[in-house]
Ligand binder design. Structure first.
Ligand SMILES: *[C@@H]1O[C@H](CO)[C@@H](O)[C@H](O)[C@H]1NC(C)=O
Ligand SMILES: *[C@@H]1O[C@H](CO)[C@@H](O)[C@H](O)[C@H]1NC(C)=O
Length: 779
């Protein structure tokens, strides 16, 4: 059935009547009716939408039946935590009950740590000094609300290009990285009168090098246009980092192999794809109203590329066809033959972006996905393909029967340049594809349908994977995520890092946030986790887990590689094996975690306990074909399912697949004492992020608001828009300061001022959620 819709969508790039003007279809943001936005964000396709509605119903019922003001107040506080910033603009009441309790706990444990430290003679002096230092970072003012409101804001993020220094001279404002570099020392002020110049940034392998050619099939260059006149452009980076810019508190560049000695401004990042020049020239017209001194450099080599009539699906397909000989095919018989002879072949990877009917495409969204396709596919000789999985909400739309219906949906909902990359799906289709009785559910707090996107977002991805045997791995991706650096560097390095990880202690390491300033090197972290696991009295997990009521797979549990055979060095178990699952937040034990959907488990015998579960919040992750095959079989044959964020990790756990949490750099907006990061983010059972005390507990999720990567983050959007050159409320002020509060900072006036350090230059980082970009979308 889906072949038709897939066929139509692939061909649609060449359908007549599609050449509607770009300006119409990318839906200029300033013409949107404004108040709609907020309501939509709250009740639209929001992950926690149904919980909000459900909670509202409960509140109404409670207040009607009980008339109890205390109870009602508490529910409102909890509600405030569920949907984060969207309500906070109207409701300045921060989650008092939860916040105050948490604050007390933290103070206790903080005290414990100080006492413990003082017992350790060798490190005594240094540690006390550090604690004192950190103590100073905490405001003594009486601040109401969550504990982190007391931590001072960091300023270094807003140091711009005129403060750029070579990495060797760079001193982060925060956190302390080693005893020799005292982060709290005021960093020397740097002010260049001349702006530094960026250079082309190419994180792909040196395809022309002898070394590469000895091992792999030569790579042929790819072009945006059919006539091979327009090669895919370079993006541009600056050598160095603005002085004082904070380091990531969580995660590490070095560990993952991502460069930390370069930074990106908006023109180096997006200029090659149409930022900073007019629609008439084939650009987007974005950022013309922002500071732009010296931006011309990024177009010197490529010129300002005209993106007017680009068909990305065709460009991607051409690139792959030209380079077909480099890759495995997905036909197992053929691939076995290919692996025996000739130069090394490579796997192909799909990036599958989830979108939906009604999504408001903006110029910035265009820029982001052009960057993704260009960097991942065209500049890698077809190693990656980008796809959009378009959710059609109308279950009566005959999307797999009628090409005209499909075309109409595309015309209305997707900019023409991406039409050919779309695969349409609907929940009605999932009901047809996965028929039968799914049995009982332990808990269904959202009260949603088992085939619905909210509870089973994995179903259409499983189906997609079954229809595309040519890909070995699938990145599940979302529309409101941005990476400030090169997408190739990000996806490639995470894949390579995942393959290097040992399976020994894998699940235990993955359950904990990595805070290098506190935990030391990755080896230190590995040792620490091993000790904590021993102390907990639990046996480390290796291979498939056994539990009462478990049903096996048809092929059996066959996923441990030869390196894990009995008698071999277990530190090498799984080293060199591609990870089946790579997540971007820890894989926490959902049991008793307080995460709202921890009990949404379907199809298991309810006379037994719930099966063991792992979960990673934010569904962006990489899944292997074999993991998706396991999930597919568990769905169609055993009728098992779990809430979207929990199903893939739990299936990997049950069947002994390789799963890792990649500790990518996550930044904090405030000067958290590092022990407090541990207390809040690894405050669950046995110093992990899971079980009782989890940061994913509804009442603890506020801790993520000042991070750059979490669905309720306030800081991500603020930082991202400042980087784009728009003035923003700085989130500071009396009583700690929250999103939308404070003073308007940044933007052209400030960045153009000669005494200012200029436009922002950030290192590669993920930001999420980005719900709007140009302030015109918000006003
Ligand atoms: C897979 O490859 C083998 C060997 O090259 C070939 O004989 C077979 O027809 C291929 N199967 C499919 C489904 O294309
Ligand atoms: C990390 O490990 C090294 C080498 O074993 C050791 O010298 C160092 O003290 C450890 N650091 C921490 C923070 O535990």
């Amino acid at each position: 059935m889906d072949q038709i819709s897939s066929y139509v969508s692939r061909k649609s790039g060449s359908f007549p009547g599609l050449m509607a003007r770009k300006s119409e279809l990318c839906l200029p943001v300033s013409t949107k009716p404004k108040p709609k936005f907020r309501v939509k964000a709250l009740l639209g396709h929001c992950l926690y939408r149904r919980v909000v509605i459900w909670t509202l119903v409960v509140i109404v019922l409670l207040s009607i039946t009980l008339f109890n003001p205390r109870l009602t107040a508490r529910s409102r506080d909890v509600l405030d935590l569920v949907h984060g910033s969207k309500l906070e603009a109207d409701n300045t009441q921060v989650p008092k009950i939860a916040g105050v309790q948490k604050q007390d706990n933290d103070e206790d444990s903080f005290q414990d740590v100080v006492e413990e430290t003082q017992e350790n003679d060798e490190e005594k002096d240094q540690e006390i000094l550090d604690e004192e230092e950190e103590e100073e970072e905490v405001s003594t003012e009486n601040v109401n609300g969550p504990h982190w409101l007391r931590y001072k804001h960091l300023d270094g993020y807003y140091n711009g290009l005129r403060a750029l220094v070579p990495f060797s001279e760079y001193r982060p404002e925060y956190p302390k990285v080693s005893p020799t570099i005292r982060a709290s020392e005021p960093s020397p002020t740097v002010h260049h009168s001349e702006l530094p110049k960026p250079s082309a940034y190419v994180p792909q392998p040196a395809y022309d090098s002898e070394e590469y050619l000895k091992k792999y099939v030569p790579v042929k260059r790819c072009y945006i246009d059919e006539d091979s006149k327009l090669p895919a452009p370079d993006l541009y980076a600056y050598n160095g980092v603005p002085q004082g810019q904070p380091n990531a508190a969580i995660g590490s560049y070095n560990l993952l192999g991502i460069r930390e000695d370069v930074c990106f401004d908006r023109f180096g990042r997006y200029g090659p794809y149409g930022l900073g020049y007019d629609l008439e020239l084939g650009g987007t017209g974005e950022a013309l109203d922002t500071e732009h001194e010296g931006s011309e450099t990024v177009w010197e080599k490529s010129g300002k590329i005209n993106y007017e009539d680009v068909d990305w699906a065709a460009a991607q397909e051409r690139c792959y066809k030209t380079n077909e000989g480099r890759f495995f095919t997905g036909n197992e018989t053929r691939d076995f033959e290919l692996a025996q002879a000739g130069r090394q072949r490579m796997d192909r990877i799909a990036v599958v972006i989830r979108t939906y009917v009604g999504f408001q495409w903006t110029s910035h969204a265009l820029l982001n996905f052009r960057a993704m396709i260009s960097e991942l596919n065209l500049r890698s000789g077809g190693e990656y393909d980008v796809h959009f999985l378009l959710h059609v909400r109308d279950n009566n739309a005959p999307i797999w029967a009628d090409p005209a219906t499909v075309q109409n949906i595309l015309d209305v909902n997707v900019p023409p340049e991406f039409h050919g990359l779309c695969t349409l799906w609907s929940e009605a289709q999932m009901k047809l594809y996965y028929p039968g009785n799914f049995g009982e559910t332990f808990e269904n707090p959202s009260n949603g349908d088992i085939h619905g996107v909210y509870r089973s977002a994995h179903m259409p991805l499983q189906h997609f994977a079954m229809m595309h045997p040519e890909y070995a791995h699938f990145w599940n991706w979302e529309m409101d995520m941005r990476w400030t650096g090169s997408y190739y560097e990000f996806f490639d390095r995470l894949g390579k890092w995942g393959a290097k990880q040992s399976r020994q202690g894998m699940w235990e390491r993955a359950s904990k946030y990595y805070v290098p300033g506190l935990h030391g090197s990755w080896e230190n972290f590995t040792d620490l986790v091993e000790h904590e696991t021993q102390a907990s009295g639990k046996r480390p997990i290796l291979g498939p887990v056994v539990f009462t009521g478990k049903a096996g797979l048809e092929e059996g549990e066959i996923f441990l590689p030869a390196s894990c055979a009995t008698g071999s060095d277990m530190t090498q178990c799984g080293v060199g094996e591609d990870a089946d699952l790579i997540t971007l937040n820890p894989l926490f034990d959902a049991d008793e975690s307080g995460w709202v959907f921890a009990g949404d488990v379907t199809g298991y015998d309810k006379q037994y306990q719930k099966p063991p579960r792992r979960c990673a919040i934010v569904t962006a992750s990489r899944l292997s074909r074999r993991l998706l095959r396991v999930m597919h079989e568990e769905t169609w044959r055993l009728h098992h399912s779990m809430f979207s964020e929990m199903f893939p990790p739990s299936m990997a756990l049950h069947h002994g697949l390789k799963a890792v949490y990649a500790p990518h750099p996550v930044y904090l907006d405030r000067r958290w004492p590092q022990q407090e990061i541990e207390n809040a983010f690894n405050g669950g059972k046995d110093h992990t992020s899971g079980g009782h005390g989890s940061p994913f507990d509804l009442t603890n999720e506020h801790n993520h608001k000042g991070t750059t990567w979490y669905y309720n983050s306030e800081f991500a959007g603020l930082l991202w828009r400042r980087w784009l050159g728009y003035a923003q409320m700085d989130g500071r002020g009396d009583n700690g300061g929250r999103a939308g509060e404070g003073t308007k900072r940044g933007g052209p006036k400030e960045e153009e001022n000669p005494s200012n350090s200029g436009r922002l230059c950030l290192r590669s980082m993920l930001v999420h959620p980005i719900k709007w970009e140009n302030p015109a979308e918000q006003e």
